[in-house]
Design a protein around this ligand. Sequence first.
Ligand SMILES: Nc1ncnc2c1ncn2[C@@H]1O[C@H](COP(=O)(O)OP(=O)(O)O)[C@@H](O)[C@H]1O
Ligand SMILES: [Mg+2]
Length: 345
Amino acid sequence: MILKTVALLALMAAIFVADTLTRYEIAVAVFYILAILAASALLPARTTRLLTALAVLLTLTSFALTRSGTYDTGLVNLAISLLAIGITAHLALKAVAARAAAERTQNRLFHIARATSLGEMAASIAHEVNQPLAAIATSASACQRWLDQMPPNTDRARQAARRMEDDAHRASEVIARIRAVTQAHKTAPQAVAPAHAIHETLALHAHELEHEQVRLLLDLPDNLPAVHADPILLQQVLGNLVGNALDALRLVPPSERTLRIAVHAGGNGFAEFTVEDSGAGIGPDETPQLFDPFWTTKDSGAGLGLAIARSIVTAHGGEIAAHPAPGRGAQLAFRLPVSKEASHD
Ligand SMILES: Nc1ncnc2c1ncn2[C@@H]1O[C@H](COP(=O)(O)OP(=O)(O)O)[C@@H](O)[C@H]1O
Ligand SMILES: [Mg+2]
């Protein structure tokens, strides 16, 4: 930072010398604009303000020291230079502040996205772990009953104990899976295998998919490249799209419910994801609004799912779009840059 400040000061000194030595008619002072623009892009706002004040001071000093040329023209040039410097500094600082505000909003949104994703995960862990726990409790009381018999039925008791063991393994697998995701998250963005992210997301919706009798089609080639993404945020995007697909599928009869998830390498440094459902579909006049925050057609919808998905995808350098699916339903497609390292899993 100090180096950049020194470089800009040197530039300003050069402008000062040129401005002082040349005639009044030559408005060298407008070149201070370059230094101010560079400062606003490279240095903190306070330094930019100081450099702007310095530019004004140097312009006035040069004017006072200049000896040659038409004084009146010099005066007009002085006014133009000062005005240009002032307006440039004002606009540049405003642009920087707007960028910072946008960044803060995005960070807040990501924080919310992560928190809701973790909250949803917690809810589904509770659900997934509760089932084996209930089964363990049932097997345990059965086991006791077999042992209490006279004579004890050790064969049946042993079977019950084995069921308890299997269920305990199931429960700890669920927890291990969640732990893997949350730990991976510490080092966000990283190389993530698309198939892994999709399976993890689907695991969180396994119960719903089965309950709603959704036919699931996966098109995940073996040699897919890893993508460069934050694993939790990628799961958040996929989870929002799968959640929307399930909502749309609920509006059609069970026999017509298909969810298709596909990924292929685009060959352009991106991996292309598509989440396609055979649900109620999107009207052509709705397509432009879909990604707007708070836009929803659902009674209990927040209208944030797609807005969050889009902000995550674009922050990763990708794009997302919605299309009517071939036949019936909706297709949500997004792309993420391929990672330069090998995936972690
Ligand atoms: N797969 C889909 N099929 C049909 N409509 C969809 C689909 N995905 C999103 N939409 C439409 O986009 C709207 C916004 O989606 P979203 O931002 O996730 O908010 P929410 O799900 O809370 O309504 C939905 O209300 C719905 O009308
Ligand atoms: Mg939604």
